[in-house]
Design a binder for this molecule. Structure first.
Ligand code: HEC
Length: 144
């Protein structure tokens, strides 16, 4: 009897958690999933796979600025906070648990979102070239 009333008291709290998660997921599906697909894999080579590289890109100021400015993200008709929620949801779902990706806040998105990114593909190439160089340098120092 006691247990049962405890369960009932908990139900609204659980429902709220579910709704809070459903919101970014629904927004992802509605506003991003059409191109990047439900599981984030995209359609290479045109639409990048969101299950790779975001962990790297989200570690530097340039990479984080890029994430807020790619056209699909910056132009989505959602508030800065809602876009931050989509990214944080993607970090949770598309990357391994404890991957240590610093979450976005609405304020951070607002700071760079409006700066036009004229050439996303070159920006992406430059950022990912840095990744290759850093990874190679790390491997070399480990082999010494
Ligand atoms: C109309 C198709 C389309 C939609 C909708 C779209 N994207 Fe994209 N996205 C692209 C394309 C194409 C690129 C490659 C860069 C470019 O040409 O803009 C890209 C690039 C990206 C990248 C860069 C990934 C990388 O590895 O460099 C991120 C992050 C991203 N999109 C997130 C989003 C998010 C978040 C949404 C929804 C809020 C979204 N996109 C909606 C087509 C889309």
């Amino acid at each position: 009897m006691r247990l049962r009333s405890f369960g009932l008291a908990l139900a609204p709290a659980l429902l709220c958690v579910n709704l809070a998660q459903a919101d970014p997921q629904a927004n992802y599906l509605l506003h991003c999933g059409g191109c990047h697909l439900e599981n984030g894999e995209g359609t290479l080579p045109e639409v990048p796979d969101l299950r790779h590289d975001l962990d790297w890109l989200a570690q530097t100021a340039e990479g984080r600025s890029y994430l807020t400015r790619v056209p699909g993200a910056s132009q989505v008709p959602l508030s800065d906070q809602k876009l931050a929620d989509i990214y944080n949801w993607m970090f949770d779902v598309f990357y391994p648990p404890h991957s240590n990706i610093p979450p976005f806040s609405g304020e951070e998105i607002a700071r760079t979102r409006g700066i036009p990114l004229w050439d996303p593909l070159s920006a992406r190439k430059a950022l990912l070239r840095d990744r290759k160089e850093v990874t190679q340098a790390k491997e070399e120092s480990q082999n010494q």
